[in-house]
Design a binder for this molecule. Structure first.
Ligand SMILES: [Zn+2]
Length: 421
């Protein structure tokens, strides 16, 4: 009952390929190339390229996966038209695309293939790519909604702000505020969904009279913070009206921060949508106040900034730098990757036409999150990029699932695109 594509996907799911531990799947991929037809190249970051004579399109997918739950032990099950894994992430992101590419390689289809390594831990493979992209067109297969052709995505940069402070031990009334019932979300695609961030919520609890003791909140740079705990002067009555906050009195005395700049800085740092692109009805520039630690004479704030424009990243960096500067903190930025800026693109137009013919409708869109296209575009400035994929829900979680009918049509689409271009 399984298609050859699903069988191949099941086969590669049995091979360990969590981000940071992809060697076994890399060997499997390399062993699948008919070397009489493709030239196979592997670079020192573990990216793999298959080069066919006279190809005009490169298919591109990442072959690492986010391992959650019992993964890399993946037990695939079928549930009313969807594939999912029992108690683990599935790895359909981006394993379905990898399986499709290997299937096409077995058939010696005239197309180049680029399998990138460790996308999920900071787009590592794409950043460090040493393999050439030699075709005029690149089809990224890492988006997750059938019927949408992506033609642009956000770039990003991580920021760390540090400020040292003195403390003194004082008597008074103190409480510990901790969050409850927050749901979190992706720092890019969910940033405009009015999801309460634990860190931003804690910042809003601080007022001019507050004496700050400590704060810890947030989980990952690319996630909207779920948990936070703030110890601050005051009484629980003052905070009772917040449904997401649990308040408990704590003992006195406490070591309080003797520098009001810490609280001011915390309150001034941005979180959420900074600018909105009304033309494309998408977030333009955003900030996620991801992780906050205020303890032991040092405050540290970690933010992830995203923008659909390279200049937007510069503006956001400038804004945060001036806030840090205003309150006497130091700032460092790292891991910057450029956006894939949407522009007229004959390849994407062709892809859209094929999707419309095949599915009856098509939508072109940009995404406020990172695809590898932006970085790969830097390696191949003259190539045209587009991105499609089957419908995948809840990637990076134990609830990840892929819709089988969209997988079938995804294969048809990719084959049609290769033969039309
Ligand atoms: Zn992915």
């Amino acid at each position: 009952m399984n298609s050859p594509l699903e069988s191949l996907f099941a086969q590669l799911s049995a091979i360990e390929h969590c981000s940071g531990g992809t060697q076994a799947l890399r060997d499997f991929i390399c062993s699948h190339a008919p070397t009489t037809y493709y030239r196979v190249d592997v670079d020192s970051t573990g990216n793999v390229g298959f080069y066919a004579p006279d190809a005009t399109v490169t298919l591109q997918a990442h072959y690492d996966m986010v391992c959650m739950g019992s993964a890399p032990a993946i037990d695939i099950i079928e549930e009313s038209g969807w594939l999912k894994a029992r108690n683990s992430s599935l790895g359909a992101d981006n394993g379905i695309a990898v399986a499709l590419m290997l299937l096409l390689a077995q058939e010696k289809v005239c197309v180049n293939m680029l399998f990138t390594n460790d996308e999920e831990i900071g787009l590592v493979g794409a950043r460090e790519l040493q393999l050439p992209i030699v075709t005029p067109n690149v089809l990224n297969l890492d988006s997750e909604e059938e019927g949408i052709v992506y033609i642009g995505c956000a770039g990003g940069v991580d920021v760390v702000i540090d400020k040292a402070f003195e403390t003194s031990r004082i008597e008074g009334e103190f409480v510990r505020l901790s969050t409850q019932g927050l749901i979190g979300g992706h720092s890019g695609v969910d940033i405009d969904k009015k999801i309460t961030s634990a860190t931003a919520l804690m910042a809003s609890m601080i007022d001019a009279q507050s004496r700050l003791v400590s704060m810890v909140g947030g989980e990952r740079r690319n996630a909207i913070a779920v948990s936070g705990a703030l110890t601050v002067s005051g009484r629980c009555e003052d905070f009772a009206h917040h449904s997401h906050i649990l308040c408990t009195p704590v003992q006195s005395p406490q070591w309080v921060i003797e520098d009001e700049g810490v609280a001011q800085l915390f309150k001034a740092l941005p979180h959420g949508v900074l600018t909105y692109d009304t033309l494309h009805t998408v977030v333009d520039t955003s900030a996620n106040l991801a992780i906050v630690t205020i303890d032991e004479n040092r405050a540290r704030f970690q933010l992830s900034l995203r923008s659909m424009r390279s200049a937007g990243l510069d503006e956001a960096l400038e804004q945060v730098a001036s806030i840090a500067n205003r309150w006497g903190a130091s700032m460092s930025a790292s891991g910057r990757y450029e956006p894939w800026e949407a522009k007229p693109n004959p390849f994407a137009t062709q892809v859209e036409a094929i999707v419309r013919q095949t599915l009856g409708s098509v939508q072109s869109a940009v995404m406020h999150a990172g695809l590898e296209c932006g970085i790969l575009q830097q390696h191949a400035p003259n190539a045209y990029f587009a991105s499609i994929g089957p419908t995948i829900e809840a990637p990076h979680s134990v609830h990840e699932r892929v819709e089988r009918a969209t997988v079938e049509r995804f294969e048809i689409l990719v084959r049609r695109i290769i033969s039309a271009v």
